[in-house]
Design a protein around this ligand. Structure first.
Ligand code: UDP
Ligand code: MG
Length: 310
């Protein structure tokens, strides 16, 4: 019998945890040749999430396991902890709020066990129930990141995916501190098939992601998987250098032809100085962002700290 590890990151999800387990178990019962291994990752929740998880473990100690962090490290760290803990032949990553419909599990397993694919992912084809501005920003993000990065980020792709042990091991070999899973899952390669579905709203609680947080997440994703912003500095520098040479030539010629003419252009000079100053600060800022990431990585701090594991 094959084993499927189910990785579930949880942050302040006391209401969702007791709903998640029976919903997934019901579906798992329809796949008799697959044994589940649940890994709940309590990502430093401030509510009774850990208590609820322990309750589940009491009921089903054979299949339910958990890792509890010493504080909130973020979903990406929780996913990594889950992947490290998982022992299954196949591994699936799921949100606890049931926004990743468990009904896809049999179909995913049927596809992955043929051996034709290494990963069966899911993709949201609409975003009903989400703010228009947020959807717009997401669309923009996918367009920009796919233009400037070598790693393809599939629009609407969720973290909800079933992977083979081989692919999981490849992901585990990427111990980077800033983890952008959408990029990492794509970067490792392997053959992925996507199943499309319509957006489902969370069963309980509230999403922790506001527009500002998503924006920062998107910017981090771009910095992690593209060096295009660094090239921007080179292009701005080249452009202003060429323009200044042209300006110089014009000034010299004008001076030669009309020796008595006065110097012109005070207002435009102020504008140019301000513009160039601004662009320089922007480029230094971009550089700083990358150096900051190098700094974080070389410190080599752990991605998460475990308080309890069972
Ligand atoms: N999550 C987590 N740590 C965090 C934030 C979220 O482990 O710091 C978990 C959360 O409990 C849920 C999943 O990540 O299982 C997705 O979170 P959420 O539903 O808030 O995100 P959305 O579905 O809106 O993208
Ligand atoms: Mg959610």
């Amino acid at each position: 019998m094959k084993k499927l590890s189910i990785i579930v990151p949880c942050y302040n999800e006391e209401e969702s945890v007791p709903l998640f387990y029976p919903a997934v178990n019901k579906v798992m019962d329809t796949i008799p040749d697959l044994e589940p291994e649940y890994w709940f990752i309590n990502d430093g929740s401030k509510d009774n999430t850990l208590k609820e998880i322990k309750e589940l473990r009491k009921k089903d100690p054979e299949h339910v396991h958990f890792v509890s962090f010493s504080r909130n490290f973020g979903k990406e760290s929780a996913l990594y902890a889950g992947l490290q803990a998982a022992t299954g032949d196949y591994v699936v990553v799921m949100d606890v709020d049931l926004q990743d419909p468990p009904k896809f599990l049999p179909q995913m397993y049927d596809l992955i066990k043929t051996g034709e694919y290494d990963c069966i992912g899911t993709r949201r084809v609409d975003r009903t129930g989400e703010a228009k501005f947020k959807s717009f920003l997401s669309d923009m993000f996918y367009k920009v990141v796919n233009k400037i990065s070598d790693t393809e980020i599939v629009p609407g792709a969720r973290d909800y995916r079933m992977m083979t042990r081989q692919m999981v091991n490849a992901v585990l070999d990427m111990p980077e501190y800033n983890r952008f899973s959408k990029g990492i899952f794509s970067w490792v390669g392997f053959k992925t098939k996507y199943l499309d579905y319509h957006n489902v709203e969370r069963v309980a609680g509230e999403s922790d992601w506001n527009t500002w947080k998503l924006f920062k997440y998107a910017m981090d994703g771009i910095a992690d998987f593209s060096q295009a912003p660094l090239n921007l500095a080179v292009w701005i520098g080249t452009g202003s250098f060429v323009l200044s040479i042209i300006g110089l030539i014009i000034v010299i010629i004008r001076r030669a032809l009309y020796p008595g003419s006065s110097i012109f252009g005070w207002a435009s000079m102020v504008c140019i100085i301000l513009l160039l100053g601004g662009l320089q600060l922007l480029c230094i800022g971009i550089l700083g962002k990358y150096i900051g990431r190098v700094y974080i990585q070389v410190k080599n701090r752990p991605i998460y700290i475990i308080k309890e594991k069972k």
